[in-house]
Design a protein around this ligand. Structure first.
Ligand code: PBG
Length: 322
């Protein structure tokens, strides 16, 4: 035998030398859930270890993550039903607790990279990402609302807007409105290839944001398709996105690879709630080793071509590195 691949695996030090991929804490964005009020920390039932925080405790949580090297956060608000309406008007009310919290985070920690979702669902009485009329999701009418939401978030100091709504033309629409209003430095991470996935279940529990009727299949992508991801990516590049995102991550590693091979923009992947919870649940039963499974998952997403990973594992990963 002339070729013995095992020679390159014979010791920890050689394995280290030939290792191709590393995940760094710097690659990670940690999603956080915000609730109104003070002194609140409520665990999400379907996401053990993940909480909804009021702003005072969220600031503490951010500080503790920063001490572990995490510098980027994506904050999602959980709104009570009473503040939701059909046009998501709370999303651009400058006095709303979410926008005030974003301002507070940026004021206290100017060095963090703060990201925020642009979509109607947390604020919508219909639980859809777009405006609903007669049982349909209206595309162009939704853009107006997304534009107002984007300006309000940019004004609150958000560094990266994440349009997650999958309306056509929203990246260009948001880019124009940001530029016209002087927010030329506000970045856009487009949810480029966002699939209509079962793996968002726990997230919708965390925000009480499940659609009140139907599903999201007229705007989120069909899990059976990959070619559409290229169309979406072409549009996002043309319309001025700074990053392209694939979501979920694990069942879509081929899509991550496809975009990473074809586009020069940095690729992000959202390792979503269901992907976190299934590992947690199996680990709680003693069926999987949590740390090893987490490492392998994050590594596989990076190896597929994602430079940036949004993940609920971020804090546990950072702790395990110490
Ligand atoms: C809302 C949004 C969703 C997620 C991020 N932004 C849910 C959805 O589209 O229904 C899911 C994130 C996760 O599951 O962790 N537009």
């Amino acid at each position: 035998m002339q070729r013995r691949p095992r020679r390159n695996r014979k010791s920890e030090s050689i394995r280290g030398l030939v290792e191709e991929t590393q995940v760094s804490v710097k690659d990670l964005i940690f999603p956080l859930f915000l609730v109104d009020g003070r002194n609140k920390q409520i665990e999400v039932n379907s996401m053990p270890g993940i909480h909804r925080y009021s702003i005072d405790l969220m600031l503490k949580e951010i500080e503790s993550c920063m001490n572990l090297g995490i510098m980027a956060f994506d904050v999602f608000p959980a709104y009570p039903e009473t503040l939701k309406d059909s046009i998501a008007s709370e999303s651009y009310n400058p006095e709303t607790f979410y926008l005030k919290a974003l301002r507070e985070i940026k004021k206290r920690f100017p060095e963090v990279c703060l990201m925020s979702d642009v979509a109607m669902d947390p604020y919508s009485s219909d639980g859809h990402d777009g405006l609903v009329k007669g049982g349909k999701i209206l595309n162009d009418e939704t853009l107006t609302i997304l534009g107002r939401m984007s300006l309000a978030q940019a004004d609150a100091g958000v560094d990266i807007l994440g349009p997650s709504d999958m309306m056509d033309g929203r990246v260009g629409y948001i880019r124009d409105i940001l530029d016209e209003n002087g927010f030329i430095d506000t970045s856009i991470m487009s949810y480029t290839a966002k699939y209509a996935s079962a793996f968002y279940g726990p997230f919708r529990d965390a925000l009480d944001s499940a659609p009140k009727f139907g599903d999201k299949k007229t705007y989120q992508m069909n899990p059976a398709n990959s070619q559409e991801a290229l169309i979406e990516a072409d549009l996002d590049v043309e319309e001025g996105a700074d990053f392209l995102m694939v979501k979920p991550a694990l069942s879509y590693l081929d899509i991550i690879k496809l975009l990473a091979d074809q586009y020069p923009l940095p690729i992000a992947a959202y390792n979503v709630s269901g992907e976190y919870s299934m590992v947690k649940a199996a680990a709680e039963k003693g069926w999987l080793d949590y740390d090893r499974s987490m490492n392998e998952i994050l590594l596989s997403i990076k190896r597929a071509g994602a430079k940036i990973i949004l993940s609920y594992f971020a804090k546990d990963f950072a702790k395990a590195q110490k």
